[in-house]
Structure formats: C-alpha cells, structure tokens
Design a protein. Structure first.
Length: 281
C-alpha cells in the first residue's frame, strides 16, 4: 500500500523595502543625491521606459534577500517608470540597472565601498560613478570584457548610456545634459524658474507695450485716414462749388452776350427803318 508524502511548503521570502540605513550622512551628500536623481529623471522625463530611483533596494537574485544593494542613484533603461518598494530584478525582465551613482560622505568606509564595487561588477552594472563632494573628486568605471574598468580621465567624459558630460573644476563637479544645460540643484532650478518668470513677465510687459504702441499707431493712422478722407471730401465739395460758380458765371456771360446781341439787332433794325435808336431811351 502506497502513501502520499506531503512536503512542507516553502517559506515565503520577504524582500524588505528598507535596510535601516540613512539616505545620506550630511546635507552636502544629500544635495548631490537629489541633484543627480532630479537631473537624470528630467533627462528621461519623456521616455516611459527609463526607470530612475534613489536609495532604492535592488535585489538581483530571486530567493535570497541578503543579496542586495541600495545605490544612491540608479538608472534602469528598458524598464517602465512607476513606484516600487524595491527593485526585484526577476520582476523587471531580469534587467539590472545599467548606470549607478554613489555620492561619498566622510563616513563611507573603503571596505563597504569595495563590497559595493564587487556587487555592481557581479550583477551587471555597465557604468559606475563615484563622487566625493568634500574632496571634489570623481571616479568612473565602464564595463569591458564583463568587468568594471576604470575610466582614465573623467574630465569631459560622456556617459555612453546617458549622454551626460562630466566636467571637474577646482570648485565642483559640473554635469551637462546632451543639450548643453547644466544639472542644477533645487535652489538653482527655483532661481532659474523665477528668472524665467521675470523674463517672461518682462517680455509680456514689453509685448503689451508694443501692442499698445501698435494700437495707438493704428488709431492714429485711422484718424489720419479719416482726416485725409474728410479733407478730400471738402476739397471735392469746394471744387464742385467752384465749378458751379464758374458755370453760373458762364451762363451770366452768355445771357449778357445774348441780350447785347438782341439789343444790337434791334438797333440795327430801327436804324434801317429810319429811326434813331437813341431817341427811344
């Protein structure tokens, strides 16, 4: 007689959304994380198949919730935008984030950063950038032959995946979009927006003034046209009156001439009859 063996159910694995670590250790690090996240997000705002996240846990292996990392900023090209509690790669068509940014703080330890490097190298990151805002230094790595290889010089380096350009100055790291615009932090964006508003307001006022001047010019031109038409009408009327007067004068002349001719004919007839016309007056 056979019997059925019931195996115990596999325990459901929990993939926590939080690792208990702070997003940043200080305001400068946080400012740069937000600037990078905002800049890259804005860059791909119209591309619905680019997912950008900040401090999001990434689980590359299904079934093991201990293998994970939370990049300061990560970019997964080919994955739709949307809210996620974590990035579980097996639910994302097994597409790993291709680009990762880490912003250092004085509290970062070499060992922890080494483990992150190994993680990113093992699980498919194509571009890895590390910025230290306190020392104003930046490192970059690009995947070659399935390994993250150091980029010799990041000054004027253009990211193959993102198209952004890095420029390292004595004072800061400057990142440029493909259209030449600079990545800005929130306050700079606010100031730019206010400046644009002031400019647009100035342009609006200038446009309104130009419109007003144009309206006034049109009104003046209309008044001048009406005045010219009135003057033309008056001139035509004066011309008609002059013509009428000239015609009346001509009629008077003709009547006078006709009367004179009749008087001359009468005088001639009287003379022919032997009558002195002067005796008749």
């Amino acid at each position: 007689m056979s019997s059925t063996v019931i195996l115990p159910a596999e325990p459901e694995i929990d993939y926590p959304d939080c690792d208990g670590e702070p997003i940043s250790d200080n305001t400068l690090q946080f400012k740069w994380i937000v600037t990078l996240f905002g800049g890259v997000s804005a860059l791909f705002k119209d591309n619905h198949n680019v997912f950008v996240a900040g401090d999001l846990l990434w689980y590359p292996v299904q079934g093991d919730n201990t293998i994970r990392a939370a990049p300061d900023v990560m970019v997964a090209i080919g994955r739709p935008k949307g809210y996620r509690g974590s990035y579980m790669q097996w639910k994302e068509d097994n597409i790993p984030p291709q680009v990762v940014f880490e912003v250092l703080s004085p509290g970062n330890r070499a060992g922890a950063m080494g483990r992150k490097f190994d993680f990113y190298q093992r699980y498919g990151v194509e571009e890895y950038y590390i910025y230290d805002p306190d020392r104003i230094s930046v490192e970059g790595f690009i995947r070659k032959h399935n390994k993250l290889t150091p980029i010799a010089d990041l000054n004027d380096w253009v990211s193959p995946r993102l198209g952004i350009r890095f420029e390292l100055t004595d004072d800061d790291l400057v990142i440029y979009r493909p259209d030449g615009q600079r990545f800005l932090d929130y306050l700079e964006l606010l100031e730019d927006r206010n400046a644009a508003y002031r400019l647009s307001e100035h342009e609006r006022l200038a446009r309104d003034q130009a419109q007003k001047r144009g309206d006034e010019a049109l009104l003046l031109a209309e008044e001048q046209r009406q005045a010219a038409e009135l003057a033309q009408t008056r001139a035509a009327s004066e011309s008609r009156r002059a013509d009428d007067a000239q015609q009346q004068a001509e009629l008077e002349r003709q009547r006078t001439e006709a009367e004179k001719q009749r008087a001359d004919r009468l005088a001639a007839e009287l003379t022919r009859l032997g009558i002195d016309p002067s005796t008749l007056n």
